[in-house]
Design a protein around this ligand. Structure first.
Ligand code: MN
Length: 409
């Protein structure tokens, strides 16, 4: 069967940088969604895609185990980088890889990016989300509806690069002519429900235009996260030359970094496999303010939930997640974990306390602290705390000056 495809990645409307990566190496397609502070997520997802690209020749549809091997190699490469560079520690990435065969597709999957199949206008999710809320839905702790909009819905329970080993879901799905596959990062699926995705895929016949439209839909819904989509169509083998929508060099301007369609019919030869990523303006790595941690990994948490229930889970410190908030004593503190409860579970521990009292800070900071200021690392949390300390001194000093002026009048 021939395939035609389109792809696009976009930074979205909120994030400073695009940490998603994707790979078009027909018949192999990948979406990877990186996590970690500063550049780390970007390094994780692009490393995954690079390793998969290098080893794409080993991918065999006769032996889908080769896909697990390739993903394990990508895992090891990210893990090694993270161990050798403190700035990259804790980074990780999702990875959803599809290998297309004559009449079927093999899917190798880790994390919460998704593969879908559109058949006869009906959209079906092929992958299972490796997320905490997904697990809680299965256990009956959360409803599907609650999960879809849960503030912690992007906490994933499996990722590449966060451990020496990774467990890969492998699955084979039959395909017939006219089927369409979508691979996407959660920047699409967490912003919109399946229905609008289905309606775009069912109504826009050109795969590149469908990809473009899906990005628009996610951005119209808020664009809270990086968005990456790959759309793959299965067409008749006979007839017109294989239609390629090439993956172009990343664009200099702020576009999608995508090839245009007019090259589409020109060549029957696929472009060289190119790891594709959005290039953005250089992110400013210095300001620690309110940098939103993209994803948190809680690999063991699910096991604990299953084995020991809520108590064990609450005791488990969420790795790679930090925030500055209020301790029960009322003072500002650094926590490991997350500020929100999930289905009644408290997932936080005080890491460092301070002597900063809430009333010694300007009003506008107090709400931030009540909510919890998330940071990408312990270092960033410490630097946030240092800034707050400074801010508190100035605020107290200002008040004192004002009070003494009042008294003198
Ligand atoms: Mn994402």
């Amino acid at each position: 069967m021939n395939v035609a495809y389109g792809a696009k990645s976009d930074v979205g409307r909120v994030r400073e940088a695009n940490e998603d990566s994707y790979l078009i190496a027909d018949p192999l397609f990948v979406v990877a969604d990186g996590m970690g502070g500063h550049i780390a997520g970007d390094v994780a997802s692009s490393t995954a895609v690079k390793v998969i690209q290098d080893e794409s020749g080993d991918a065999s549809s006769e032996n889908p185990g080769t896909l697990s091997k390739i993903i394990s190699d990508a895992n090891a490469a990210i893990w090694d980088k993270a161990q050798s560079d403190p700035a990259l520690r804790g980074m990780g990435t999702t990875c959803t890889l599809v290998l297309v065969d004559e009449s079927r597709v093999h899917i190798a999957h880790v994390g919460d990016s998704r593969a879908y199949r559109l058949r006869e206008g009906h959209l079906e999710q092929l992958t299972e989300d490796h997320t905490l809320v997904g697990r809680m839905v299965q256990e009956g702790r959360l409803s599907l509806e609650e999960a879809q909009h849960h503030p912690q819905r992007s906490i994933i329970t499996r990722a590449l690069g966060v451990d020496e080993d990774v467990q890969v879901d492998l699955e084979t799905v039959e395909l017939s002519e006219g089927d369409r596959l979508l691979i996407c990062s959660d920047g699409l699926s967490s912003m919109v429900d399946d229905r609008p995705i289905e309606s775009v895929l069912a109504s826009e016949s050109d795969p590149q235009r469908a990809a473009d439209r899906l990005i628009e839909v996610a951005n119209e819904a808020g664009g809270d996260d990086n968005i990456t989509v790959v759309v793959i169509d299965f067409e008749k083998a006979s007839g017109a030359a294989r239609r390629i929508v090439p993956a172009a060099e990343p664009a200099e301007d702020e576009g999608s970094g995508q090839g245009v369609n007019d090259q589409a019919e020109e060549s029957a030869r696929p472009p060289p496999p190119t790891p594709m990523r959005e290039r953005d303006e250089e992110p400013e790595p210095e300001r620690p303010r309110r940098r939103w941690v993209g994803k948190l990994v809680v690999a063991l948490l699910v096991l604990l939930l299953l084995a020991g229930g809520a108590y064990a889970a609450a005791r488990y410190t969420l790795s790679n997640s930090w925030y500055v908030g209020l301790a029960t004593s009322g003072e500002v503190a650094i926590f490991s974990g997350i500020p929100d409860d999930i289905a009644g579970l408290e997932l936080r521990e005080v890491e460092e306390t301070s002597s900063i009292a809430l009333e010694d800070l300007p009003e506008f900071k107090r709400d931030d602290l009540r909510t919890g200021i998330k940071t990408a690392s312990l270092e960033e949390a410490q630097s946030t705390l240092a800034n707050l300390e400074q801010m508190s001194h100035e605020f107290v000093e200002q008040n004192r000056t004002r009070d003494s002026k009042k008294n003198n009048n």
